[in-house]
Design a protein around this ligand. Structure first.
Ligand SMILES: [Zn+2]
Length: 350
C-alpha cells in the first residue's frame, strides 16, 4: 500500500505548474519516505483474518491462525498471511527458479532447501516433513517467524519494530539485520528486503478482519469477521456427516456476543461442543455458540440484545481455535437451519 500510495502522490504532483513541479515531487517523496521508515508503520494486532474474496483463502485460514497462536511472542496472523501472499500468492505448488532454471524456493511459504532442513517441522504429525504440504510449511513458517520475533525483541535499538525486524530476518537472514542494526536499507540487494518488509506490513492490514463490524440494532454477528467453514459442508469429522453451523476463525479469548435478544437455555459443558451457550429467541429459533473457553452467562438469564456471553476457545471436539455457531428450530442438535440468511433477515450485515 505504501509503495502504491507513493506512486499516486508522485503522479498527482505531475499536474502542478512547472515551477512547483520539482519542489512538489521532492516534498512528496520526502514525506512518503519518512512515513514509511521502518518503525513508523503501525503493527497490526493479533486478531481475526479477513477470509474469502480479496482476503485469505478459507482453506488456509485455520492453519495460519494456529501457527500464529502457537507463538508466544504476539505474532499477528495477518503478518503470516501477508507473507504467504507475497511469497507464493497462496499457491502450495509454487516453485521459484534461478536464471539457470534450478529450483530455489518451494511451496506455499517458499522455503529454500537449507532453511527447510533446519526450520521445517512436521506440522500435521503425519511422519513426513513436506515443504509442499501447507500443513507442514505454514507451521514451519510460523515457528521460524516466532524465533526471529523473539530475537528481534532483544534489540530495541535496531531500526524497525520487532515484527519488521523479524520479516527482514526471514527474507535476508538475521545476520543482515545485525549488520545493518535494523531493516536493511533500500540500497541493500536492490531494495529487495526493504520492499519485502514494506509490502508485507501494508498487505497485512488488508488481510486482518475489522475487530467489530457487524452490529446492527438489536442483532449482531456473534464475533467480528466473516465465517469460514460454511453451513452444510459435507465431512466425515461431523457426526451428522455435514457441518450443522458455521465457523468463525478467531483466536482463543475473543469476545462472543449473543446475536440478539433472548433467554439463555443452556450454559456450560456440552460434550463434543465443549463449553457452549444456547439462547432461545422470541421467534422460537435458537442460537448456539460452541467450543468456548469461558461462559459468562447462566441458564434462565434474559439478554436484551447483543451482549457478551463468553470467550471463544477450542474446547470439546475442535480442530483449532474457532467459534462454531448454529441457528436451530429447537434447543437440540440436528434441528439446524442456515445461519447466515437468518441473521441477514434480522438486519445483520454478514
Ligand atoms: Zn463448526
Amino acid at each position: 500500500m505504501s509503495v502504491k500510495r507513493g506512486m499516486a502522490l508522485v503522479a498527482a504532483g505531475l499536474v502542478m505548474t512547472p515551477v512547483a513541479f520539482g519542489f512538489g515531487i521532492v516534498m512528496l517523496v520526502a514525506a512518503v519516505e519518512d512515513e514509511d521508515e521502518p518503525g513508523n508503520i503501525p503493527v497490526p494486532v493479533a486478531g481475526s483474518l479477513r477470509i474469502g474474496k480479496g482476503g485469505v483463502p478459507a482453506q488456509y485460514a485455520q492453519l495460519i491462525m494456529d501457527a500464529a497462536a502457537a507463538c508466544d511472542q504476539g505474532l499477528p496472523p495477518s503478518i503470516l498471511a501477508a507473507q504467504i501472499k507475497q511469497e507464493s500468492g497462496f499457491n502450495p505448488t509454487a516453485q521459484s527458479k534461478d536464471a539457470n532454471g534450478n529450483p530455489i524456493a518451494s511451496g506455499i511459504s517458499q522455503f529454500i532447501p537449507g532453511t527447510w532442513a533446519t526450520e521445517g517441522i512436521d506440522g500435521n504429525k503425519d511422519g513426513n516433513k513436506d515443504v509442499w504440504d501447507p500443513e507442514d510449511a505454514i507451521p514451519s513458517q510460523g515457528s521460524m517467524m516466532c524465533k526471529l520475533l523473539k530475537t528481534a525483541k532483544k534489540h530495541p535499538g535496531y531500526r524497525g519494530s520487532p515484527v519488521e525486524l523479524a520479516l527482514a530476518g526471514y527474507n535476508a537472514g538475521w545476520g543482515r539485520v545485525d549488520e545493518y542494526r535494523g531493516v536493511p536499507p533500500a540500497r541493500f540487494a536492490q531494495g529487495q528486503t526493504y520492499n519485502y518488509v514494506k509490502i508485507i506490513m501494508a498487505t497485512s492490514a488488508s488481510l486482518a478482519a475489522p475487530a467489530d463490524d457487524a452490529a446492527s440494532g438489536d442483532w449482531a454477528a456473534p464475533v467480528g469477521g466473516p465465517a469460514s467453514t460454511p453451513y452444510r459442508q459435507p465431512g466425515s469429522s461431523w457426526s451428522s456427516g455435514y457441518h450443522t453451523g458455521i465457523d468463525f476463525v478467531v483466536p482463543v479469548g475473543t469476545s462472543v456476543r449473543a446475536v440478539g435478544p433472548g433467554t439463555v437455555v443452556t450454559a456450560g459443558p456440552g460434550g463434543a461442543y465443549g463449553n457452549q451457550v444456547v439462547i432461545r429467541h422470541k421467534d422460537g429459533k435458537y442460537s448456539q455458540y460452541a467450543h468456548l473457553s469461558s461462559v459468562a452467562v447462566r441458564a434462565g438469564q434474559n439478554l436484551q440484545g447483543p451482549t457478551r456471553i463468553g470467550l471463544s476457545g477450542n474446547t470439546g471436539n475442535s480442530t483449532g481455535p474457532h467459534l462454531h455457531f448454529e441457528i436451530r428450530n429447537s434447543p437440540a442438535y440436528g434441528s439446524d437451519i442456515s445461519p447466515i440468511p437468518y441473521l441477514r433477515r434480522q438486519g445483520v450485515r454478514i
